[in-house]
Design a protein around this ligand. Structure first.
Ligand SMILES: Nc1ncnc2c1ncn2[C@@H]1O[C@H](COP(=O)(O)OP(=O)(O)OP(=O)(O)O)[C@@H](O)[C@H]1O
Ligand SMILES: [Mg+2]
Length: 298
């Protein structure tokens, strides 16, 4: 199996007003091609910082990363732009991530204008194709972000991230701002898209259920360091590290949520096939919602 993202000993020290924050302190991991790597850890543990350093959205203090075998640090303008186009990022707050003055069609077209030579009809065609891929109706194209729900805005965010046909998506808390039923639709959409386009995901979430449902591999961050890495079904069901055990034990009880099963261990292949929410019918069941059933038409 090949490696889509290699993160090698990244350190990031923020300096502000004479003080230093060692946000990331020597983190290394790999995201295998076509898989999801889930990063968990308490707030402030450095998850977003390490992801931004990995894509060079911010400059790490030291360390390096490569995407699909290509080291990022050494790249100059044009090569860097090409690499940027091969990655996408989905953010936590879908409404704030969109320009309120742009229609949905303009928002989705924006990365295409920046990174491709598509113009007019080809641009419109690709934009409409993207609306369709994320389960939005063509009627949404002319609307403004405030005329859409949070879940619909996040679909627009996903369409923007997918616009340039990237190989790797960084999903930074993609569903934390959404309510539970909408979370399920967005997570299932992301799973479908990953399979359909052979994408690799770096998923950041404080929700261990979300990470376990989505991920093949999980990494646990604490105070800037990665304290545990392994198959998601093992790390997030039977963790070896005392900090991960405490993180699992501290998981809030969401009313109506299904408790996280602790035993027996779920094989990774099966964990990857599980439906969200965890009590949903399995993929073998004819009642499993498909991407089309997740489609929003109004
Ligand atoms: N631009 C910045 N300047 C100074 N300190 C920062 C900056 N961005 C983040 N930090 C600090 O770096 C540490 C790691 O922050 P980061 O946002 O990476 O954490 P996180 O794990 O993503 O947290 P959350 O789950 O709340 O999103 C925190 O202590 C944070 O306050
Ligand atoms: Mg964060």
């Amino acid at each position: 199996m090949s490696t889509m993202l290699t993160v090698d000993n990244i350190v990031k020290v923020y300096r502000a007003h004479g003080s230093e924050v060692r946000a990331v302190d020597g983190v290394s991991f790999e995201v295998e091609t076509g898989t999801t790597f889930g990063l968990v850890g308490e707030s402030g543990s450095g998850k977003s910082t390490v992801a931004r350093c990995a894509l060079r959205l911010i400059e790490p203090t030291s360390g390096s990363s490569s995407i699909d075998g290509e080291p990022i640090g050494a790249l100059r303008n044009k090569a860097m732009r090409r690499l940027r186009a091969s990655t996408g990022m989905v953010f936590q707050n879908p409404v704030a991530a969109l320009d309120p003055r742009l229609t949905i069609e303009q928002s989705i077209a924006e990365p295409l204008r920046t990174h491709t030579s598509l113009r007019r009809r080809a641009l419109a065609a690709r934009t409409h194709e993207l609306l369709d891929e994320v389960g939005l109706a063509q009627a949404h194209a002319e609307r403004l972000p405030h005329q859409l729900s949070g879940g619909q805005c996040q679909r627009v965010g996903i369409a923007r991230a997918l616009a340039t046909r990237p190989k790797l998506l960084v999903l930074d808390e993609p569903t934390s701002a959404l309510d539970v039923s909408v979370q399920a639709q967005v997570l299932n959409l992301l799973q479908e898209l990953r399979r359909e386009y052979a994408l690799s995901y770096l998923l950041i979430s404080h929700d261990l259920d979300v990470v376990r449902y989505m991920s093949d591999t999980a990494g646990v961050m604490r105070k800037g360091s990665l304290v545990e890495v392994g198959p998601a079904a093992e790390v997030l069901v039977s963790p070896q590290h005392e900090y991960t055990q405490r993180l699992l034990a501290a998981m809030p009880e969401t009313p109506g949520a299904v408790p996280l099963p602790r035993a027996p261990r779920i094989p990774v292949e099966r964990a990857a096939q599980q439906q969200w929410p965890p009590d949903a019918p399995t993929s073998a069941s004819p009642t499993t919602p498909s991407l089309n059933e997740n489609r929003i038409t109004s």
